[in-house]
Design a binder for this molecule. Structure first.
Ligand code: PLP
Length: 524
């Protein structure tokens, strides 16, 4: 076989000893012609090319099989179809058949009628960059698995820190999203604040027992990952004190001051204030300066969850809304929301690197001291994860390809759509706006033609009209409940993240909502 000759020639050229000391029959290191190809190396791109053509064809074919943003039908019918295809797809056909299935069975955020969640349509350039990451598979836990990607992540983080208003003392890491970033912010808060009070290293010794009860303050409209983080960090979900919000779901600063005062009166320990810059439902931005002042006075860490609202930093028009964010000890950003990246593109930033100690870790096989002293940097001690994808890459490519201005234009376009949508809701006799949009989310509800004062029935109709739109494959609209007591809490939500949707698309979507509401009223 020629491959034997080839492999042994290579070995000779590299002066490598023949394997197993058997010069006659070195093992064949070249894949057989029908063996599955690898994606890397100089041969990888050629092997990928026909497969990518298959994928692209199947993507178009599958999306074309759908009439709207989601496949029509009930979930069990789709599940049966998926099971059938999964069972039937075999061998060479697997890639095309299952890719077409994935495309057909997607909720496609590139469709203007898919507007439920902070689920963005990725930019094609970002998806293409992501393919390079998949093909090469750098892992950010050691330099020798990601030589260039390690530096790119560090450089990208420095630019993002600057965007937030931090100076060179800042540091950070890429995360799986706001959930992980919030967990890390609260971990540093716990270790810094309780560590200072107890004179111990909390990440080593554990949460001090018998001391004052640790407390975390966040608004009633904050993301649920704050409670989950408290649970994971051994503080308990009940350590989180929900602070009252106004109608637009913005934290009431006087309620925060009162809650902190009560905490101090009760001899408890205020570990952190978590301010939200862009609540998931309304995009409301907590009063960041007031939160910073209150946290500083109480000796608490300030974490700003800007998973959604961080996108405003890209827009000259909206950036002033985040005034004060640079006062935060740590910040969460998510570029898989306003940032148009494939999942995952989370960012965690810390204002002062010296407070980022809890995760420092020496693993002899990943970041030995002598390697670091010899100039091989390691990101291992910045993340709770070990193997970590180079998600920084598609963000870095996007930032350079579009610039902050280019991304800012996309943010402004989505904001403009939300304003247009709000005006359309206001003008609609059967729709009621909850509050003015801040970023790109629009909260509203359908008012039944009769008996809209029956709050429970109105809630029921709003909840079921959304399922009707899903079942018909017509639209993906969000559904939430506003905090507080009492009936009449269900709201519908448009989270507008498609910068190329038009105001007419949004009006059509709202008309579909109203038509589905009428159909639900008429349903038995
Ligand atoms: C989306 C979101 C999160 C969670 O982020 P993931 O990326 O889904 O983990 C946290 N906080 C806010 C305000 C969010 O909008």
């Amino acid at each position: 076989m020629t491959s034997h000759v080839h492999a042994s020639e290579l070995r000779r050229a590299a002066r490598l000893p023949a394997a197993r000391g058997d010069a006659e029959a070195p093992p064949d290191t070249t894949a057989a012609p029908d063996a599955p190809a690898l994606s890397g190396g100089t041969a990888g791109p050629a092997a990928l090319e026909p497969l990518l053509r298959t994928v692209l064809t199947a993507l178009a074919e599958g999306a074309g099989r759908r009439a709207g943003p989601v496949p029509a039908g009930a979930p069990d019918a789709l599940a049966a179809h998926v099971a059938e295809e999964f069972a039937a797809a075999r061998g060479e056909e697997a890639l095309s058949r299952l890719t077409a299935l994935l495309a057909y069975g997607s909720a496609d955020p590139a469709d203007p009628s898919c507007a439920a969640h902070l689920h963005c349509p990725p930019l094609a350039v970002a998806a293409a960059a992501d393919l390079a990451v998949s093909a090469l598979n750098p892992s950010q836990d050691s330099w020798d698995q990601a030589p260039a990607a390690t530096t790119l992540e560090t450089l990208l983080l420095a630019e993002l820190a600057e965007l937030v208003g931090y100076d060179e003392e800042a540091t950070g890491v890429l995360t799986s999203g706001g959930t992980e970033s919030n967990l890390m912010g609260l971990m540093l808060a716990r270790d810094q604040v309780l560590g200072r009070a107890s004179g111990r290293r909390v990440e080593v010794d554990g949460v001090p027992r018998g001391g004052p009860r640790p407390r975390v303050f966040t608004s009633a409209a904050a993301h649920f990952s704050v409670q989950r983080s408290a649970a994971l960090l051994g503080l308990g979900e009940d350590a989180v004190v929900p602070v009252a919000v106004d109608h637009a779901l913005r934290m009431d600063p006087s309620a925060l001051a009162e809650a902190l005062k009560r905490c101090s009166d009760d001899g408890e320990s205020p570990v952190a204030v978590v301010a939200t810059a862009g609540t998931t439902d309304t995009g409301a931005i907590d009063p960041l300066r007031a939160c910073a002042e209150a946290a500083a006075e109480a000796g608490a860490w300030l974490h700003v969850d800007a998973a959604y609202g961080g996108g405003a930093l890209l827009s000259d028009r909206l950036a002033p809304l985040l005034d004060g964010i640079a006062l935060a000890d740590s910040v969460s950003l998510d570029w898989h929301k306003l940032g148009w990246q494939p999942i995952a593109a989370g960012v965690f930033l810390v204002r002062r690197a010296e407070t980022y100690a809890s995760l420092a870790r020496r693993a002899v096989y990943l970041n030995p001291r002598d390697d670091e002293e010899a100039g091989y940097p390691s990101l291992l001690g910045l993340s709770p994860r070990t193997t970590r994808r180079a998600d920084a890459f598609s963000m870095a490519v996007t930032l350079r390809a579009l610039g902050r201005e280019g991304l800012g234009r996309l943010v402004d376009a989505c904001h403009g759509l939300a304003l247009a949508g709000a005006a359309a809701v206001r003008a609609h006799p059967r729709l009621e706006l909850h509050c003015d949009p801040v970023l790109s989310a629009l909260l509203f509800r359908y008012l039944p033609t009769t008996g809209s004062e029956d709050a429970e029935r109105t809630d029921r109709i709003n909840a079921s009209l959304r399922r009707r739109l899903l079942r018909e494959g017509r639209a993906v609209v969000g559904r939430t409940e506003v905090p507080g007591e009492g009936p009449g809490r269900v709201r519908l939500k448009l989270t507008l993240l498609n910068p190329y949707a038009t105001p007419a698309d949004v009006t059509r979507l709202l008309d579909a909502v109203a038509a589905a509401g009428r159909a639900e009223e008429a349903a038995p």
